[in-house]
Design a binder for this molecule. Structure first.
Ligand SMILES: [Fe+2]
Length: 347
């Protein structure tokens, strides 16, 4: 019964506002045996109502994600179905994102619109999609991204003790998860802006007080990291800090001690659950990625920066200054009237 009545509208928002399914579109929904059946069915039903042709592909749950799932997937048939699909909505628990089938599909099917909604459950779908005014959120995110991109020097603090400064890299663009999915695009859940600053300029203290995934999940005690020129030089805190330090050092990989990206969370319905997809979208939170740097963040060069792994940590209720002008005060917009108005309407 969980959200049986409300799920339909969430599927409707996803199908009409985010994926913008048109009459006759071939829409493939992928799921595994750990996916939430009611989420998949509600979405397929809305695809049909919108005039699209839904096709649900349900596979066994692989024992790994991305390329680690390859060997356990019916790769040829899956790739065959996706090759000519107009839209692909992924609800798999063990995700296909970055699997060989995914890479092949995105390379060969230039018109496909893909969205990654792994581990989506009814509660999360209602909060993070169904109750969100997507066009309004897109407008808000684009404005925040524009102001952030135009700033040279940034400063971020948080009540838990984060106090970090850095400069933006003039050639790097921001990845804005607006909820507007275009052809050829691999989209994520709306409500996040991420980018890679000039790593050498990142100095100060970052305190994760929300979650760190992997290797921990929700945090009971904050983890305090001292950063010099984009590198973690000290980690302090309780039991979890020690666990985190051991995990980072276990890779024997210098890049696993380096920051990989910064991000803002702005999904009006997201809450801290330990599911990083949602945690990295809690309103007014900031996130730091550590380790592998995706090529999408490094516009000035070919490819990303490889590392043994990647993890993300959350600083809740962040305050942000753009060239000295405050944008966020403990998680809420200040100083920019148009953004304050949109925030009021969205929350
Ligand atoms: Fe990340």
């Amino acid at each position: 019964m969980a959200y049986d009545f409300e799920l339909g509208r969430s599927g409707r928002t996803l199908v009409r506002d985010i994926m913008r399914v048109k009459e006759g579109d071939n829409v493939v929904l992928t799921a595994d045996t750990n996916s939430h059946e009611d989420v998949v069915k509600a979405t397929a039903s809305e695809v049909f109502s919108a005039g699209g042709k839904p096709m649900v592909i349900w596979t066994a749950t692989p024992e790994g994600v991305g390329k680690a799932a390859d060997a356990m997937l019916p790769q040829r048939t899956l790739a065959g179905a996706l090759k000519d699909a107009d839209i692909w909505i992924e609800f798999n628990e063990q995700w296909l994102l970055y699997s060989t089938v995914f890479d092949k599909t995105m390379e060969e099917n230039e018109k496909i619109k893909y969205i990654c909604l792994v581990e989506m459950n009814p509660d999360m779908m209602v909060r993070t999609i169904g109750r969100v005014d997507i066009p309004k959120l897109a407008k808000f995110l684009k404005l925040v991204a524009e102001k952030t991109e135009n700033a040279k020097k940034l400063k971020v603090t948080s009540p838990a003790g984060t106090d970090i400064e850095f400069e933006n890299h003039p050639e790097r663009t921001l990845s804005v998860r607006t909820g507007e999915v275009e052809e050829g695009m691999a989209a994520m859940l709306p409500g996040q802006i991420s980018w890679a600053p000039n790593f050498d300029t990142i100095n100060g203290t970052i305190v994760f007080d929300g979650s760190v995934v992997p290797p921990i999940g929700l945090l009971d005690n904050p983890i305090e990291m001292t950063i010099e020129k984009g590198k973690i030089v000290d980690i302090q805190g309780g039991r979890e800090a020690q666990q985190f330090k051991n995990w980072l050092e276990s890779f024997n990989d210098e890049q696993m001690l380096r920051l990989a990206h910064m991000a803002y969370g702005f999904n009006p319905g997201a809450k801290l659950t330990g599911n990083i997809v949602e945690d990295e979208r809690i309103w007014g939170g900031t996130e730091w990625g550590i380790g592998n740097v995706g090529s999408q963040h490094l516009d000035e060069r070919e490819g990303g920066i490889a590392a043994a792994s990647h993890c993300d940590g959350i600083c809740t209720n962040s305050s942000v200054w753009l060239d000295g002008k405050q944008l966020l005060d403990e998680g809420m917009i200040v100083n920019f009237p148009e953004l304050i108005e949109l925030e009021k309407e969205l929350l």
